[in-house]
Design a protein. Structure first.
Length: 311
């Protein structure tokens, strides 16, 4: 009877015969090549989509260096005679108002809208999601029904109210409704977010003597942070780009935000639209929105509301 040789060399050969190395076998090479080609194809497709999406932004940035005479004549992307005159002209302002004043007005309106929308919508959403009171269903349905009302339906009544309160040509008509939870979209978003949370911690806090305000501040508010940041991003972008509201309520150039200032460059008294200044002002107005989104977009997917409920 012969004893099989189990030396290290023979064991390696036996293992290679049973389970060959996929990197050296023909089958393994085909799998690696196929996976590489799939990756290359996906990268090419994603780069093409990114180029299509980013091209308008690149065109806008490059066009800020075009002289006003090249608009309509130079169809290429690169300016023939690049210049910084557009930036100098925009920084000087228009209608006797400097550019920084338009920028500051937009910042006041946008930041105030974010604060008012987040605070009022969160309080209203907690009331709808956690407090039982008479007429809850009716009030909630009425709030959802306001989403179906076009903004143009309430323009005249709102203008009459603010005009009687002597608030026209001030920021109050643009900011005061934000503190009254008039944005039903954000209220509905937060209500659905809060309703997904179990009531165990609410009941435990209530047994310890906590009221609704304490429960809202210490329990609900930290858990709905992702939803609050989402509301903040949308509220900032909508307020920053709002054109109709400031056009209705603001009449003095020193109170104009950036969207109204852009119209001034097209209505210049020199006889024609200043396309170079308009494009440059548009790019400057776009930069804060991009920065705001880049800073806060990571919070959109930073956890879920039930993270604090594990254990």
């Amino acid at each position: 009877m012969t004893v099989p040789d189990f030396s290290s060399t023979n064991l390696v050969e036996l293992v290679n015969q049973v389970d060959p190395d996929p990197k050296t076998s023909p089958t393994g090479r085909r799998k690696v090549k196929r996976k590489t080609w799939h990756t290359v194809i996906w990268m090419v497709v994603l780069l093409a989509l990114a180029a299509v999406v980013l091209y308008p932004l690149v065109w806008l940035f490059v066009s800020t260096f075009k002289p006003n005479a090249e608009f309509g004549q130079n169809q290429g992307l690169i300016p023939q005679n690049p210049t910084f005159d557009n930036y100098v002209k925009v920084m000087e302002g228009i209608a006797g108002t400097p550019m920084w004043k338009f920028f500051l007005n937009s910042l006041i309106i946008a930041v105030g809208s974010v604060i008012g929308t987040v605070v009022s919508s969160a309080l209203a959403a907690y009331a709808f999601a956690r407090i039982q009171f008479k007429g809850l269903g009716i009030f909630f349905a009425a709030m959802i029904g306001t989403l179906l009302l076009p903004f143009h339906v309430v323009i005249i009544p709102q203008y009459i109210i603010f005009n009687n309160l002597d608030m026209v040509d001030t920021f109050w008509p643009l900011l005061l409704p934000k503190f009254l939870a008039t944005e039903a979209f954000f209220v509905f978003l937060l209500v659905q977010f809060i309703r997904q949370m179990p009531r165990d911690m609410d009941e435990a806090a209530r047994i310890d003597g906590a009221g609704h305000l304490r429960i809202f501040w210490s329990i609900i508010l930290p858990l709905i942070k992702p939803a609050l940041i989402t509301c903040s991003i949308f509220a900032f972008i909508w307020a920053w780009n709002d054109f109709l509201g400031p056009l209705l309520y603001l009449t003095s150039p020193e109170n104009y935000p950036l969207p109204i200032a852009l119209r001034l460059y097209n209505d210049a008294s020199s006889g024609g639209a200043d396309y170079g200044a308009t494009v440059t002002a548009s790019f400057i107005a776009l930069v804060p929105v991009l920065l705001f989104f880049l800073v806060f977009q990571r919070f959109l997917v930073d956890g879920v509301a039930t993270q604090g409920l594990k254990g």
